[in-house]
Design a binder for this molecule. Structure first.
Ligand code: HEC
Ligand code: HEC
Ligand code: HEC
Ligand code: HEC
Ligand code: HEC
Length: 488
């Protein structure tokens, strides 16, 4: 007992060790208490527990490091004393034992704390909210996506230790960016931990699954007084690997068809990109069974323009917004809201008025509601027919919601900042975006027989049209049945 007391005495004669011991004890106790509290409560405050979970193990480690640093000069002093005898030996044995015991406890505590910190730093809540401003657009869209239960790290950190380390190092530089305010606005997709997220998809989605054709209805509304519905319905040839043996004459294995055949197992498509958004495409190379099948180039390409890089095509070259999909344009957002009943199509000129108001709005997010409270009634002021007071309130609420889901002025993100590439959106301005960046009817390949072939852009390559610009009541009965609409 006296030995231990004298060790304490020795330790705490210098302030570095004392500080270390206090830090270790307080954060160690904190770790134990916070773990107990968390086990007892169902919900915790994300910000508070976030700070605690990351800072407690850190200060615990710091404290641990300070203790020997403080002891080091002292140890040399003790050694140099002439009267080191039997008592000294026993004392140092007790010291070693004591430190050994402490180390076991510390390693235990630290592994609990460290594990909790690393797990927490990988959680969507941490990724989505700790750099609040930067991640707000993605976090907002993510929470409404089909992947809202998939952790950010599942898509954003590739498999294996090097990817993990790279992501953590990049996290540090991002932390630095956050502290100094020097970060990209908007965040470029290519900058997400420097990784392409494509490989991650196949942990859950098998590329060999046959999807076949998918019927999709696209609700549109004219900008007239009645907000007349003008829906399109397309049969999208998603395809995939055929599971039908008659589709594989002569026993040809792995026969793929349709849109998903870009990623057939025996096929590789590579493309050169001319801009960081990868929407301007240079040479496209198709390899079949490891052999060159075709090389498409643009005949009118500027020979001086050098590609920024080359990329093997993967899921995210089409599905680039699986977890962060924005509405595309103000018009699309309004159409979606009318279709879902969040805006009332019975109100005169509603689609026209709110599309215009939304398109012009450039206000801070926290001023949005006040802004629309004035702007929507003002836009109706000169018109003969107006919505009822109740309908006006609903319109203001829904338009504010649309704005908050799509516009993030601090990050310079608006409806069309991150276009969805799994289609084509001529109305968003650039007709070549999406599939048409390759399927442009211009990229041309020379075939071995001397003929040439251009990248197909015929409409029926990708889909059949089942209805164009029709109100759903006017669809044919079979189509109504397929879509589950009432037959009159
Ligand atoms: C299902 C997979 C998936 C999940 C889950 C996911 N992301 Fe993404 N994320 C992507 C893809 C794909 C891109 C676009 C990559 C590209 O275009 O090259 C992207 C892009 C981003 C970008 C770049 C800016 C942009 O909008 O393109 C940020 C920032 C981002 N994600 C943050 C997050 C955060 C934070 C979470 C979790 C809250 C998350 N992501 C969850 C797939 C995912
Ligand atoms: C951890 C598992 C998981 C990962 C990883 C994952 N997904 Fe999904 N994905 C799902 C589930 C589950 C659904 C179905 C959700 C539903 O039906 O509501 C889904 C739905 C989808 C859909 C259809 C719905 C939509 O939003 O259009 C697409 C497309 C899709 N995923 C693409 C991707 C892509 C691309 C990636 C990689 C960047 C990816 N997924 C990564 C689990 C995953
Ligand atoms: C060439 C572009 C392209 C590529 C590459 C691609 N997809 Fe798709 N995928 C599509 C299109 C287009 C649809 C149909 C979208 C719709 O229905 O609106 C689709 C549909 C899907 C769906 C929904 C299927 C359903 O049941 O409705 C999933 C899931 C999916 N893709 C996953 C993947 C995965 C995983 C990969 C990579 C292995 C991939 N896709 C590669 C274009 C592509
Ligand atoms: C990076 C360039 C690129 C992009 C982007 C792209 N494609 Fe393709 N696509 C190709 C190439 C290359 C081929 C094969 C041409 C050949 O075989 O010579 C092809 C073939 C196809 C085929 C015919 C498949 C078959 O049955 O053989 C369809 C359908 C198709 N693409 C649809 C789409 C759709 C839909 C999108 C957008 C969601 C899209 N493509 C985006 C490059 C692209
Ligand atoms: C390379 C493939 C491809 C080609 C070529 C193509 N499309 Fe599409 N188109 C798509 C895909 C994929 C979608 C589905 C997009 C989605 O689900 O978001 C689509 C959707 C559409 C839609 C519904 C979108 C809406 O908002 O109403 C229309 C209409 C359409 N295409 C018209 C055409 C016409 C007309 C042509 C010929 C001039 C054409 N497309 C050529 C791939 C293609």
């Amino acid at each position: 007992m006296r030995n231990i007391l004298s060790i304490f005495h020795q330790c705490f004669r210098n302030w570095v060790t004392l500080l270390g011991a206090i830090l270790t004890t307080v954060s160690g106790l904190g770790l134990i208490i916070s773990t107990l509290l968390e086990m007892m409560s169902a919900r915790s405050n994300p910000y508070l527990s976030g700070v605690l979970i990351v800072s407690l193990p850190l200060s615990f480690l710091l404290g641990l490091a300070l203790i020997p640093i403080g002891l080091y000069p002292q140890r040399r002093r003790i050694r140099s004393l002439p009267d080191r005898g039997v008592g000294g030996d026993r004392r140092s044995r007790a010291l070693i034992l004591f430190i050994g015991l402490l180390t076991v406890i510390n390693v235990l505590l630290l592994s609990i704390g460290g594990h909790k910190a690393v797990t927490y730093m990988d959680s969507p809540r941490f990724c989505g909210t700790s750099c609040h401003t930067q991640m707000q657009p993605e976090w907002t869209a993510y929470q409404r996506s089909a992947h809202s239960q998939v952790a950010c790290v599942e898509c954003h950190i590739g498999p294996g230790t090097p990817a993990f380390v790279e992501a953590k190092l990049q996290g540090l530089s991002q932390l630095f960016g956050t502290l100094t305010g020097k970060y990209q606005r908007p965040v470029s997709p290519a900058k997400v931990h420097g990784q392409r997220t494509g490989a991650a998809c196949e942990a859950c989605h098998n590329r060999s699954i046959f999807v076949g054709d998918r019927v999709r209805m696209y609700p549109h509304y004219k900008l007239d007084k009645e907000n007349s519905p003008a829906f399109n319905v397309m049969l999208i040839h998603v395809g995939g690997r055929s599971s039908d043996p008659t589709d594989a004459p002569g026993g040809e294995p792995d026969k793929y068809s349709g849109i998903h055949s870009h990623l057939a197992k025996n096929r590789i498509i590579r493309y050169e990109y001319l801009d960081a958004q990868r929407t301007r495409i240079g040479k496209i190379t198709v390899l079949q069974d490891g052999k060159l099948k075709a090389e498409y180039r643009r005949p009118n390409a500027d020979p001086k323009e050098k590609p920024l890089g080359e990329q093997v095509m993967e899921c995210i070259d089409c599905h680039n917004r699986p977890a962060h999909r924005f509405d595309g344009t103000a018009r699309q957002a309004v159409e979606r809201a009318i279709f879902e009943g969040r805006l009332d199509a019975k109100q005169p000129y509603l689609a026209k008025v709110v599309t215009e108001v939304l398109g012009q709005a450039e206000v801070a997010r926290d001023g949005a509601e006040a802004y629309f409270k004035k702007a929507i009634p003002a836009a109706y002021a000169s018109m003969a027919e107006r919505p009822s007071a109740e309908a006006m309130d609903q319109a203001i609420r829904s338009v504010t919601q649309i704005y908050l889901r799509n516009v993030f002025p601090k990050m310079k993100v608006r409806f069309d900042t991150y276009p969805d590439l799994a289609g084509h959106h001529a109305e968003a301005g650039d007709a070549h975006v999406g599939c048409l960046r390759c399927h442009d009817g211009q990229h041309e390949a020379k075939l071995p027989n001397g003929k040439s072939k251009t990248m197909d852009k015929s409409c029926d390559l990708c889909h059949d049209t089942l209805a164009t610009e029709k109100p759903p009541e006017k669809f044919e009965d079979t189509l109504k049945q397929v879509l589950g609409l009432p037959l009159d």
